[in-house]
Design a protein around this ligand. Sequence first.
Ligand SMILES: Nc1ncnc2c1ncn2[C@@H]1O[C@H](COP(=O)(O)OP(=O)(O)OP(=O)(O)O)[C@@H](O)[C@H]1O
Ligand SMILES: [Mg+2]
Length: 250
Amino acid sequence: MVNTRIISILSGKGGVGKTTLTFNLGSALTDFEKNVLIIDGNLTTPNLGIHAGIPLYPTSLHDVLRGKVDIYDVMHVLPSGLKIVPASINLNDLKGVNPELLSSNLTDLVGKLDFILIDGAPGLGREALSVLKSSNEVIGITTLELPALTDLLKSIRIVKEQKKEYLGSVINMVRNKRYEPKREHVETLLEDGSILEIIPHDENVKYALAKRMPVIHHKPNSKASLKIKSLAAKLIGKEFKIPWYKRLFL
Ligand SMILES: Nc1ncnc2c1ncn2[C@@H]1O[C@H](COP(=O)(O)OP(=O)(O)OP(=O)(O)O)[C@@H](O)[C@H]1O
Ligand SMILES: [Mg+2]
């Protein structure tokens, strides 16, 4: 039996990089020889399968949450070894879905995987909450825009209310511009939510998406890739050094 860590990736605002991080972090942990499953917990606007280039299958997580099939029946293994449970992009599939069933469906997987990463829906609605409740630990993600930061703070408060472990915040798509708040300001704003990693805005992420590949495989030495690999290494207590000329200051 292995110790399975169930981590949800949540944000207040949408479009800040949850799906990108889930896919890439899952891929990086797999490269570090961990047994990893990523799940699309964004039931109304799922994207994880699209990022990973999974073709459309007749069954998905939606059928699991309707009590129709087992989670193993909708699990795919990518060439890298990373496992994925996609959600359906068909609007009709939302009927009769109970997001609260996610938690009970994960019990079977506990002890069999090193990591389960769940890509959350943005905001604080029922979908996001069921993802939060299904996990033990949470990574929050935001950009440096004030609305995204303040919305993440609300999510952090709920994470703490739910007595889940907040691992920290990932600050994504950083451009190092003067209009961006400084690190100390961000730390104060997010109260005691410590900064876990800072990922720059990197066009390679967009090229990777177009190729349905994680950026860490498409451009392994790009700045975003190095930061994501560094985050994966932190999660497993491994050392990962980023060359000084690739470092990003905030
Ligand atoms: N570090 C980055 N550099 C450049 N572009 C990025 C980076 N991270 C994410 N993106 C881009 O930002 C967009 C939003 O990313 P993503 O879909 O991962 O966000 P999300 O939080 O999952 O969105 P949603 O809330 O809609 O589910 C995508 O086009 C993605 O390619
Ligand atoms: Mg998403």
